[in-house]
Write a protein that binds this ligand. Structure first.
Ligand SMILES: Cc1cc2nc3c(=O)[nH]c(=O)nc-3n(C[C@H](O)[C@H](O)[C@H](O)COP(=O)(O)O)c2cc1C
Length: 340
């Protein structure tokens, strides 16, 4: 069974941005402008996600999507020593006033409960990051009418997602801000940009393809459409918009002319993700183990304390390679600006 991609009057999807930037207001504004807004379902309980969906539906009659992180397999015996070692280094960096968090070795991000919720909610588009969901999940969501899109970062992942029954793929290039969607937590992400990866995926499948990574201008979107994509998924472009819930230090970091570069780092969560270089990445990037989501649990209180104190050097300043060109204003204006 396959479900067709929801209607896109404008070829723009707003990235689901877990951890604050994506709000119901942002999702609704993008959908109301003719694109598709994506609700960030990760790091939430099913009840919290239900509330996000209700609030989004109150703001738009148009189609929108919901994104989930596919749970990463956990091997406590193998990984606990490296997580403990990282906790000690993080405590040293954080200083005496903030304690690192406690790793939760049974954390599957409420995935099953959220799938149950989405089966009931019948949203037009459900997207997955960090892997391909089980066949049963795909079957249940298909039966309830959702189109399923899987983020892929290489040809093998694309092949696996297509074979499993995905209806569309989000082809994520190395330019992307935030997490890389690599399916294997320990895999070193490749350096392919979406312009290079898209033709490789097109050789494997005729599924509709959305591209992501560093897309900031109408020229970028025109290039994506010219290469055969049906749309562009943009995150960083929306981080400074009025509707985004981007924290004050994150906004300040993105606008700070002193910040000069981004890097792909495991420092914040244990999974590779692109962020602006800051004291946190400089100190901890070289020593972070590839263990997700336990590194995320450890760093959360450190990042929260820094956010409360307005300190951009100890928060995750997620940013794609196009960060220099982004601007504020309404999300609808950004959608219009992105359209060729
Ligand atoms: C702040 C931030 C948070 C993100 N959170 C998620 C997420 O929760 N789920 C997801 O699938 N992708 C997430 N991403 C990655 C996006 O899906 C997408 O690949 C990325 O935004 C594209 O690159 P760009 O930011 O340069 O436009 C996030 C990106 C950013 C910038």
């Amino acid at each position: 069974m396959s479900v067709s991609f929801p209607r896109l009057d404008r070829p723009i999807l707003s990235s689901p941005m877990a951890g604050g930037p994506t709000t119901p207001e942002l999702v609704a504004a993008v959908s109301n402008a003719g694109g598709i807004g994506l609700v960030a379902g990760a790091y939430r309980t099913a009840e919290d996600l239900a509330d996000q969906i209700t609030r989004t539906r109150a703001l738009t009659d148009r189609g929108f999507g919901v994104n989930l992180f596919v749970p990463t397999p956990i091997d406590r015996e193998r990984d606990e020593p490296s997580v403990r070692a990282y906790a000690a280094l993080l405590a040293d960096f954080a200083g005496p006033d903030v304690q690192p968090g406690t790793p939760r070795w049974d954390d599957h991000d409420h995935f099953d409960d959220k799938v149950d919720l989405l089966v009931q909610q019948r949203v037009p588009l459900v997207t997955f990051m960090f892997g391909v969901p089980d066949p049963k999940v795909i079957e249940r969501l298909h039966e309830s009418g959702s189109c399923l899109m899987v983020t892929v970062t290489d040809a093998q992942e694309a092949q696996a997602a297509a074979e499993a029954g995905a209806d569309a793929l989000c082809v994520q290039g190395t330019q992307a801000g935030g997490h890389r969607g690599t399916h294997e937590v320990a895999a070193t992400p490749n350096g392919l940009n979406w312009q290079e990866l898209l033709p490789q995926v097109q050789d494997l499948t005729s599924l509709p393809l959305v591209v992501a990574g560093g897309i900031i201008s109408s020229e970028d979107v025109a290039q994506a459409l010219g290469q055969g994509a049906i749309g562009a998924q943009c995150g960083t472009a929306f981080l400074l918009t009025d509707e985004a819930g981007t924290s004050a230090p994150h906004r300040a970091g993105l606008s700070d002319p002193q910040r000069t570069s981004t890097l792909v780092t495991r420092a914040f969560s244990g999974r590779p993700a692109r962020a602006l270089t800051n004291a946190f990445t400089e100190r901890l990037d070289p020593v972070t183990p590839a263990v997700y989501p336990m590194v995320n649990h450890l760093t959360k209180p450190v990042r929260a304390a820094a956010a409360a104190a307005g300190d951009p050097d100890r928060v995750s300043l997620w940013a794609g390679t196009g960060w220099r060109e982004i601007h504020g204003g309404s999300a609808a204006d950004v959608v219009v600006h992105l359209c060729p």
